[in-house]
Design a protein around this ligand. Structure first.
Ligand code: NI
Length: 172
């Protein structure tokens, strides 16, 4: 396992599309474990491989990431996740490990149904709502080169992106 370097806006790699995973080997399992570890040390609840510069359709999520007792953690690994259907709408405040120092309200589907594979390549289907639904939609966006700030109203989006780009230049 290794702690991975997380790329941040406006790094162009975040705009790349991830390709489907085809090899369900030891290497995939290690990548997923490293992603989980990286997410935990960064205090995030979700991470897409693209954020670590790995252009593969791998997402990890743990809504219990912040639990003090690591036995209470609930790590999930989604390989090649695909949203099959969406329903309802829900607005909630989002943040992202690749977007430093900004959180904002985003409207997404309230519920989704999802197909994905596990690290062994087995197919699963699930229904998700609440935080899990929002988190999955956010992470699957990453696999398509989309960031949550792309969902902000146009004017706000321009302002935020300008500010974040300036900040990144200062910190570089
Ligand atoms: Ni994110």
């Amino acid at each position: 396992m290794a702690i991975l370097n997380i790329h941040t806006f406006p790094d162009p790699i975040l705009r790349q599309k991830a390709v489907p995973v085809t090899e369900f080997d030891q290497n995939l399992d290690e990548t997923a474990q490293s992603m989980l570890e990286t997410m935990y040390v960064s205090s995030g609840i979700g991470l897409a491989a693209v954020q670590a510069g790995i252009l593969k359709q791998i997402v990890v999520i743990d809504l219990k990431s912040g639990e003090e007792d690591i036995n209470n953690r609930e790590p999930h690994v989604f390989i090649n996740p695909k949203i099959l259907s969406k329903s309802g709408t829900s607005v909630s405040e989002e943040g992202c490990l690749s977007v430093i120092d900004f959180r904002g309200d985003v409207e997404r589907a309230e519920k989704i149904s999802l197909e994905y594979q596990d690290v062994k390549g087995n197919y699963h289907e699930m229904e998700a709502d609440d935080m899990m639904s929002i988190c999955l939609q956010h992470e699957i966006d990453h696999l398509n080169g989309i960031l949550f700030i792309d969902h902000l109203p146009v004017l706000k989006q321009k302002m935020v992106k300008k500010k974040l780009t300036k900040l990144a230049m200062v910190n570089a």
